[in-house]
Design a protein around this ligand. Structure first.
Ligand code: PEP
Length: 247
């Protein structure tokens, strides 16, 4: 059985001093985790993180990458640049990027493709808004979002990570119930199985107000292979407790 994966998403938070204190506290409490652990941090802190986590169980993640290889794309960061800093994972299509930066399914798919070509595992985020859930469109939305990535990436699809993040649960303190989360994860799992004979190896993470109190129950679901954790990843005791529940 594959190990679970717990990935923290710091979003646009941190400072040199705060990052150092947080990572040191995590390393002090981590010992040998039963799961895989990654931190997706603002790109400007990747160099600092690389030094802090060297030789530890914490793997490095970024929060976005360019869909282009190189060139005149001011402000963007390429897959090759991320690789140079030891980045293993990169979030792609986080709902905040879809919402505030107008990222389309096609762009998200292109970014996933660029990550894979550059040796980085994309953590492809999908999820419905509250209005879409209330309109009974949850399955349709997440399947459409994932289908774009499957279509663009063909047989490489077994190399991605998927994160189901209901938009209404991100940063709101509202978590999907274990039943709601498991139901969507099962749909995504079936879609991945139809696309690849190696779909078993794909992690499907749950994200959306995962915290120390609800993690164990969510992570016990058969199709929940880990968590993408925002707010709670900024507090060492909470993040460590989530990691401890992932076995
Ligand atoms: C996220 O940013 O991906 C996330 C799930 O945030 P939070 O845990 O704060 O809801």
């Amino acid at each position: 059985m594959k190990k679970k994966l717990i990935a923290g998403n710091w979003k646009m938070n941190g400072s040199l001093a705060a990052n150092e204190a947080l990572v040191k506290a995590l390393l002090a409490g981590l010992a040998t985790p039963a799961c895989q652990v990654a931190l997706c941090v603002p790109s400007i802190y990747l160099g600092q993180l690389q030094t802090l986590v060297a030789g530890s169980a914490i793997e490095m993640g970024a929060q976005d990458l360019s869909a282009h290889e190189a060139g005149a794309f001011t402000g963007e960061t390429s897959a090759a640049m991320l690789r140079e800093f030891g980045v293993r994972y990169c979030l792609v299509g986080h709902s905040e990027r879809r919402q505030y930066h107008f990222e389309t399914d096609a762009l998200v798919a292109a970014k996933a493709q660029r990550a894979l070509a550059g040796g980085i595992t994309p953590i492809v985020c999908v999820g419905e808004t509250l209005a879409e859930r209330e309109a009974g469109k949850t399955e349709e939305v997440v399947k459409r979002q994932l289908a774009a990535v499957i279509h663009a990436n063909g047989h490489c699809i077994s190399e991605i990570v998927v994160a189901y993040e209901p938009v209404w649960a991100i940063g709101t303190g509202k978590t999907a119930s274990t039943e709601q989360a498991q139901q969507v994860h099962a749909v995504l799992r079936a879609q991945l199985h139809a696309a690849s004979e190696h779909a078993d190896r794909i992690h499907i993470l749950y994200g959306g107000s995962m915290n120390a109190a609800n993690a164990a129950q969510l992570l016990a679901q058969p199709d929940i292979d880990g968590g993408l954790v925002g707010g709670a990843s900024l507090k060492a005791p909470d993040f460590l407790s989530i990691i401890a529940s992932a076995r």
